[in-house]
Design a protein around this ligand. Sequence first.
Ligand code: COA
Length: 229
Amino acid sequence: MWKQLRRDMQAVMERDPSVRSVWEVILACPGFHALQLHRVSHFLYRRSQFAAARFVSHLARFFTGVEIHPGARIGSGVLIDHGMGTVIGETAVIEDNVTLYQGVTLGGTGKEKGQRHPRVKEGAVVACGAKVLGSFTVGRNARIGAGAVVLRSVPENSTVVGVPGRVVVQNGQRVSDLNHHQAPDPVARQLECLQAQVSSLQRQIEALEADKEPHGRQYGESNPWQLSS
Ligand SMILES: CC(C)(COP(=O)(O)OP(=O)(O)OC[C@H]1O[C@@H](n2cnc3c(N)ncnc32)[C@H](O)[C@@H]1OP(=O)(O)O)[C@@H](O)C(=O)NCCC(=O)NCCS
C-alpha cells in the first residue's frame, strides 16, 4: 500500500511540471486525492461493501470533481492531472503509469453489458476532454489527443486524434494526413447558406418591385400623402 502511495506521489512529481514539493502533492492535487480515496472505495467494493464504497467514491467526487466508480481497477504511478470532470466507469482498467487529464471519460457506449469500459495499458496518455467509450484496449504508450472520441482499439505507441478518433502517428511515423485545411467548418457553411437565402430574397423583392412600378406612383408624380403647403 505504501509502495503504491509512493509511486502515485512520484508520478505527480515527475509528470506535473507545476508541482514543486511533496507538500503540494499532499495538500493541493485533486487528482492525487481522488486516486487515494479510490483505493479506499475499491478496497470496500472488493469486500462487497458496495454502499460504503459508493459513498467514499461520492465524497471523492464532491471534493475533487473526479468520479471513479469503486469497481474500476487502477494501477500504480497513475497521474490524474487537474482531474475536474474526469469520469472512470465500473469495469475500466487503468494500468501502471497512465496519465489522464481533466475532462476525460473512460465510459461505456450504453450498448454493452458486463465488461463495457476500456482497458488503458501501461504508459498511455489520455489528453484533456478525450472520450474513450467501449470495451476495448488502448495500447501501451498510446496517446489520445485532446477532445478525441475513441470508439475502437488503439494500437500501442500510436497517437489518435479527432472525432471519431483515428490513428495519425504510429511508432513515430505519420500514417494518416489530417488535411486540416479541408476540415468542415459548420459556421462558415451556415453563413454561406444565409448569404444564398438573402441573395434569393433580394432578387424576389427586385422582381416584385419591377412588376409594381407601372401601376404604382410614377417618378415626377406628386405624393398624395404629402400635405400641400
Ligand atoms: C496528442 C498529443 C498528446 C500529441 O501527440 P503526438 O504524438 O506528439 O502528436 P503530434 O503533436 O505529432 O500531432 C500529430 C498530428 O495530430 C494533430 N493533433 C495533435 N493533437 C490534436 C488534437 N487534440 N486534435 C486534433 N488534432 C491534433 C497535430 O496537429 C498533428 O497534425 P499535423 O502534423 O497535420 O498538424 C497532444 O497534441 C495533445 O492532445 N496534448 C494535450 C495534453 C493535455 O491534455 N494537456 C492539458 C494540460 S492542462
